[in-house]
Design a protein. Structure first.
Length: 276
């Protein structure tokens, strides 16, 4: 009787362990087939929407897209594990965030470039920029080197040759013949500020320009030059140690696929440029 009772207990324990094990494996399998990525609305989330059915059909991965508009939430959410990846930022912004907040996140891959432009309701050509013009720019310091570099290339200012142009700020301007006046606001407010006719020039990030139905190649008074060495490539970022996860590698492969390249070229007509 004792032996019979012992065997019953042993069998029950094995059954419980077996059920628990199956539940755990099922959860892991579900996690491996679900990918949560945060992105800004345009173009990032729209590119991801195009990638979504490809990921499902080719890899069996369900892509969930979380659209955010506050730049400073993305990496915090990624670092805390609220999302698997984010797709919204260029490398200088990413590097600055990691350095400042000590986030344990890394770049998985560079995907595309969005030409940065200066827009105006009243000025059609840079030669017509008035003396003392008010220039409204992003308050993201990571954008300042890019913005000022564009103005320097346009011959409107000169920067100190002692500073890395990627890290330049308004304080590094050594020559400003038109006496441009700079005002800083949150990047998500730039397109609204332009539409309201505020300022003489508004420097608008590529994704916010697209949301405002602006085409950098057609509508910008001043636009940055585009080349393969441009450091402002938009990247996919992930938690450190997850850059080689199968679902992350699948995402990168799809975003660099011919199907997505064709979609970007057809949809954005040069406003978004795929990098190799």
């Amino acid at each position: 009787m004792k032996m019979k009772k012992f065997l019953k207990i042993a069998f029950a324990l094995l059954l419980v362990v077996g059920i628990a094990g199956c539940g755990s494996n099922k959860k892991a399998a579900t996690d491996q087939k679900k990918l949560v990525v945060s992105a800004t609305l345009d173009p990032h989330s729209k590119i991801l929407e195009e990638a979504k059915p490809i990921l499902k059909d080719k890899y069996g991965i369900d892509l969930e897209i979380k659209v955010l508009d506050d730049y400073y939430i993305f990496n915090k959410a990624l670092n805390s594990g609220d999302v698997d990846a984010n797709y919204f930022q260029h490398r200088p912004f990413f590097d600055g965030e990691v350095e400042e907040h000590k986030y344990d996140i890394v770049e998985a891959a560079g995907i595309h470039l969005e030409p940065f432009g200066f827009y105006s309701k009243t000025i059609k050509d840079k030669k017509d920029i008035p003396n003392g013009a008010k220039v409204i720019i992003s308050n993201s310091v990571a954008d300042h080197g890019r913005i000022l570099g564009i103005l320097e290339d346009a011959g409107l200012i000169q920067l100190s040759d002692k500073v890395d142009r990627l890290k330049a700020t308004v304080k590094d301007i050594t020559s400003n013949p038109k006496n441009l006046k700079f005002t800083e606001i949150k990047p998500e407010l730039l397109s609204t500020t332009f539409q309201n006719g505020e300022g003489d020039l508004v420097a608008i990030n590529g994704n916010y320009a697209l949301q405002a139905k602006l085409n950098p190649l057609k509508d910008a008074v001043i636009i940055e030059s585009v080349d393969v060495d441009n450091p402002y490539v938009n990247i996919v970022a992930v938690q450190k140690g997850h850059e080689n996860d199968e679902k992350i590698k699948a995402l990168i492969e799809v975003l660099k696929s011919d199907e997505i390249k064709e979609f970007i070229e057809k949809t954005y007509k040069g406003s978004v440029i795929v990098v190799e």
